[in-house]
Ligand binder design. Sequence first.
Ligand SMILES: Cc1ncc(COP(=O)(O)O)c(C=O)c1O
Ligand SMILES: N[C@@H](CCCC[NH3+])C(=O)O
Length: 441
Amino acid sequence: MVWPVTTERDGSGQLIIGGVPVSQLADEYGTPLYIYDEATLRQRADAYRQAFERHYPRARVVYAGKAYLATWLLPLLDEAGLWLDVVSGGELYLAVRGGFPAERIVFHGNNKTPEELALALELGVGEVVIDNHYEIELLAQLTAERQVALDVLLRVNPGVDAHTHEYRKTGIVDSKFGLLIQSGDAARAVERIRAVPGLRLRGYHAHIGSQIAETEPFATTINVLFAFAAEMRDRFGVVPDQISPGGGWAIPYESDDPDAAIEPYAAAVAGSALQAAERWGFDPPVLTVEPGRSIVGPAGVAVYRVGAIKDIPGVRRYVCVDGGMADNIRPPLYGARYTAALANRDGAGSDHAVVTIAGKYCESGDVLIRDVELPTVEPGDLLALPAAGAYCLAMASNYNLALRPAVVAVADGRARLVQRRERYEDLLAREVVVVPNQTGE
Ligand SMILES: Cc1ncc(COP(=O)(O)O)c(C=O)c1O
Ligand SMILES: N[C@@H](CCCC[NH3+])C(=O)O
């Protein structure tokens, strides 16, 4: 359940993804290595669009690029008919340079800079999701200067507590995202947006958090959004043509996690929206969802090579790998759990032991998996971590001047290098001070 759909073992026990042996990829491109299975990506993108089309008359699926964004992914998203959510000038720039249609880009962020907003207008993004009063004034000025009109949504804070890690909650009252409904702040923003000639208010947005495996908080959020919409209709006569409960649907990381299938999520979210529209007296507006993790997460596998192995008698065995928190910060940041498998062999017949997979960086917290049962591993073995497609590379750093990993996309027995591994020279690319060459000149 946690592995890409094409994952199998060949006769010799090697792990195969997309028809390609993982060890072959590791030998060719080095480790750590991130492998994306195109079949899984396409299947999930299609599943989202089809499920929402089935359950709702006017649905829009927007991929949240913060989970993982690279130019090679863009045609695949485009072909699947998805929109794209970006949260920075950098994501916006990459998406447009990579050929994604700007009119299907939604620009998010709780502190968009004047330069980022100007870029969004220049590139012609489809929608901007306004987060705060400062942004309304910036957009008022920018649209007036350029004599253009812009479609906007208002991000509200619905005051909904989703069951997820504290750091992943975004819709509770004490949050930096959106404007609170219950204090009247969101209503004040609606009033102001309506008075700005260059802004066309299309509807309301909320995002309550990430890695949420229950549908109930989404249903509550949708109801709060429609109730707010009804209040705005009664006060100002505004009828929204779009409502968005954001993204945040979970994926399984370990085999006993909830399976978080897409179909029941879509059925529940669409059902809640239809019900709430009826209850509050609206024709169903466009329903927009913004999955990030649940599209790319299950498609990605991280591959590491084992190096040092350290036994602390009676305490634990550390199996150290050649990556860690620089390519995957999630375990130290959220206490996120992963599972792992031997990739270059299946370890059949060998003893099993509970070990801790540690990274190579200078932090005690640099542990990828605490306590995972594996066959006996040796230096040189390859370990594969599934469900690594979202928020690993996207949050990767050069800590300890680590080189960020290569990315390979696999499909039908073929591998494409889509992002090369960083090189030592890349570490010098931004240095301003002249670096002497080896002869000291
Ligand atoms: C506004 C918004 N939309 C969508 C997402 C995507 O979330 P996820 O990757 O959990 O689906 C996020 C991130 O949490 C977000 O902030
Ligand atoms: N980066 C997070 C979640 C935050 C999503 C973006 N708002 C994770 O890895 O789970």
